[in-house]
Design a protein around this ligand. Structure first.
Ligand code: ZN
Ligand code: ZN
Length: 140
């Protein structure tokens, strides 16, 4: 996935700005980063950017669908640039590491809510909880 962030922004009808490009670039390098880490990386590469600017960028990119926000229970919100493929996440209970898990069935699971209730479902989230290989190795 080497989409040009400029083109992504234009296709989403978002103005191309330096902070937006910087955040997309950071998330393109590494997925599942929390806000503080993103701010740190953006500053390393692009100098001073305010917390508020990064928060605003994350909100804009998330609502435009260019960035996906995930928040496993008990964890900070994490962001990733891999969107639209319905992949899932496995979260380590011990170190909080998050890894991508390919979609098991090839389409969003259980999107037809049982029994109606007039509820329109647009997403069903699957999170696998367990122990990552590094933590499992430490435990033995
Ligand atoms: Zn772990
Ligand atoms: Zn992911």
């Amino acid at each position: 996935m080497t989409t040009d962030p400029r083109i992504e922004l234009q296709q989403a009808s978002l103005r191309v700005t330096r902070p937006r490009l910087a955040v997309l670039e950071v998330l393109g390098d590494e997925p599942h980063l929390d806000t503080d880490t993103i701010i740190g990386r953006v500053r390393e590469k692009h100098g001073s950017v305010s917390h508020q600017a990064v928060y605003d960028v994350l909100r804009a990119l998330t609502s435009a669908g260019l960035v996906r926000r995930i928040q496993p229970a008990g964890s900070n919100a994490r962001y990733e640039a891999r969107v639209g493929d319905n992949h899932h996440h496995a979260v380590c209970r011990s170190c909080g590491d998050i890894v991508d898990v390919e979609c098991a069935v090839g389409h969003a699971p259980c999107l037809t809510a049982p029994g109606g209730h007039g509820f329109v479902v647009d997403e069903a989230e699957v999170v696998y909880w367990g122990t990552c290989s590094a933590c499992a190795a430490l435990a033995t």
